[in-house]
Design a protein around this ligand. Structure first.
Ligand code: SAM
Ligand code: SF4
Length: 487
């Protein structure tokens, strides 16, 4: 499956879902003696969390390293979204075990969603693990590390009602110096029946908008030219001085002076016209016209919306607890094009083979894809996760071969749609933010246009971090090819 997806070759920093891949911390030298090595799995929110962890440990005397062998601490920041993601981490721990055999003083910690899901069970099942910390426990890492230094195992999987790490300035670990991610909220209150996230990341909390604007402004001043605002359901963002937890805000009936996602988008877009703004992920039940009109008002808010449909069948969507129907989804997709134009990119996540999905319902997913023609989609077959509503209520009854066949079918279809959407860009001129050299050669540069399409063009005297107008002259399935026509 991963090969087919990577064949689409449209991966970009907006990739929210690469749970089987991982990123590695970079070499940092601020003069700290001890070395921290972090591998981050899963979604961009996890990657952003690793940057918070690096920041907390920097103050404790650790610089990050990209060399696992020189580490004093190895952290795996894990993902639980599908079984395969967890298997990857288990395999990685076997490798880490080999390193620890030769370096018994090495501290091995497991962070993130898998840590939260398995808690102390992790210590029982994986003897080499010294420390387990859930996503809301990172401020406690210095104390947990001291506990391990004193010869004990350490665990903190407490989920907080209000933690957003708003005051912590992340250490950018995998940055190209041009684009960066900014977390705007944590947790999720949605309870989609297939999903483990509400259990591993807790209740939904929104981060103080002033701290979001301050972080984005600082990034701009450092030379960054694009920020992506991150949350599991950004359209549900709501913050008030008194309360940042959505459920509590509703319980207390707070309605005045509430900052919504449209307000936040507007605030970030006003920082500077040369700072591009993206966001992910939008939920079809929550995205409002107000958000779309805010996008239309600001040229620097990129015209691309990641709006996971998950399925094209209303019966399956109901079982998934997604709170919208096929018709509602199609209506939202139409509204996006009405307000933002045909050029606005729409991407999706799709799950096939959910419990009891029939062949006709699978065809409905294909027909929804045909109607919307997504620019890009992450596609998965259903993986039952322990403790979720679906695991409790429904049988995971679609045979693996059927799941794989249905997945292949939607991947082939999506590839066609991506190629079609790309071909519509030929002969047009786009403003591109240059992110660096193309993957193939340093003679070419690459960047993305507003709708998140990767464009490759000859380097000439253009540089990373600049905006350039590029005429698209050709395209492959996943990439646009062009030439610069001026700044
Ligand atoms: N919050 C986002 C949303 O609601 O669309 C996405 C969150 S999740 C980290 C990313 C994607 O993983 C989901 O959109 C879904 O397609 C997929 N996913 C989640 N649970 C899954 C499961 N049990 N099996 C297969 N795919 C799953
Ligand atoms: Fe999971 Fe649904 Fe929340 Fe997304 S919105 S994180 S799929 S529960």
């Amino acid at each position: 499956m991963e090969n087919l997806i990577s064949d689409l070759n449209v991966l970009s920093p907006l990739d929210t879902e690469q749970s089987e891949n991982f990123t590695v911390s970079k070499d940092q030298s601020t003069g700290n003696k001890r070395k921290l090595y972090i591998e981050s799995y899963g979604c961009q929110m996890n990657y952003a969390d690793s940057e918070i962890v690096a920041s907390i440990l920097q103050k404790e005397g650790f610089d990050t390293t990209s060399n696992i062998k020189e580490a004093d601490i190895i952290f795996l920041n894990t993902c639980s979204i599908r079984e395969k993601a967890e298997q990857t981490v288990r395999a990685r721990l076997t490798h880490v075990h080999g390193i620890k055999k030769h370096k018994p003083e090495l501290l091995v910690g497991v962070l993130g969603c898998m840590a939260e899901r398995l808690k102390t069970k992790f210590l029982e099942e994986e003897k080499i693990v010294d420390l387990v910390a859930g996503p809301d426990a990172y401020r406690d890492l210095p104390a947990l590390i001291s506990q391990v230094d004193e010869g004990q195992k350490a665990v903190n999987t407490f989920l907080s009602r209000e933690e957003t790490y708003a005051d912590i300035s992340p250490v950018r670990l995998n940055s190209n110096g041009v684009t960066a991610f900014v977390s705007i909220m944590r947790g999720c209150d949605n309870m989609c029946s297939f999903c483990v996230v509400p259990f591993t990341r807790g209740r939904e909390r929104s981060r103080d908008p002033h701290s979001v604007v301050a972080e984005a402004t600082e990034l701009f001043n450092q030379g960054y030219r694009e920020v992506t605002l991150l949350g599991q359901n950004v359209d549900s963002y709501k913050w008030s001085q008194e309360e940042n937890n959505k459920a509590w805000m509703e319980k207390k009936g707070i309605r005045d002076n509430v900052v919504t996602f449209a307000d936040l988008l507007d605030m970030v877009a006003r920082i500077h016209p040369d700072l591009r703004v993206r966001f992910s992920t939008s939920h079809p039940k929550d995205i409002t016209d107000e958000v779309l009109y805010t996008m239309a008002r600001h040229e620097n808010i990129c015209k691309n919306i990641h709006l996971p449909a998950q399925s094209g069948s209303t019966r399956i969507l109901d079982m998934m607890n997604r709170d919208y129907t096929r018709e509602w989804y199609l209506g939202k997709a139409r509204r996006i094009k009405e307000i933002l134009g045909e050029d606005c990119g729409i991407s999706s996540d799709m799950i096939i083979g959910f419990c009891s999905e029939t062949e006709e319902e699978h065809q409905e997913t294909m027909s929804l894809m045909d109607m919307v023609k997504f620019d890009f989609a992450y596609m998965f077959y259903y993986s039952e996760r322990p403790g979720t509503l679906a695991a409790k209520k429904y049988a995971d009854d679609i045979p693996l071969e059927v799941k794989k066949r249905r997945l292949d079918e939607i991947i082939v279809l999506q590839r066609k749609h991506s190629a079609l959407r790309n071909s519509m860009e030929v002969n047009k001129v786009y403003r591109v933010l240059i992110e660096g050299f193309s993957k193939k050669t340093e003679d070419d540069l690459q960047g993305r246009n507003s709708s998140n399409k990767v464009i490759v063009f000859p380097r000439e005297d253009y540089k990373k971090g600049e905006y350039v107008n590029v005429l698209v002259t050709d395209c492959t399935g996943g990439t646009l090819i062009g030439r610069a026509v001026g700044r």
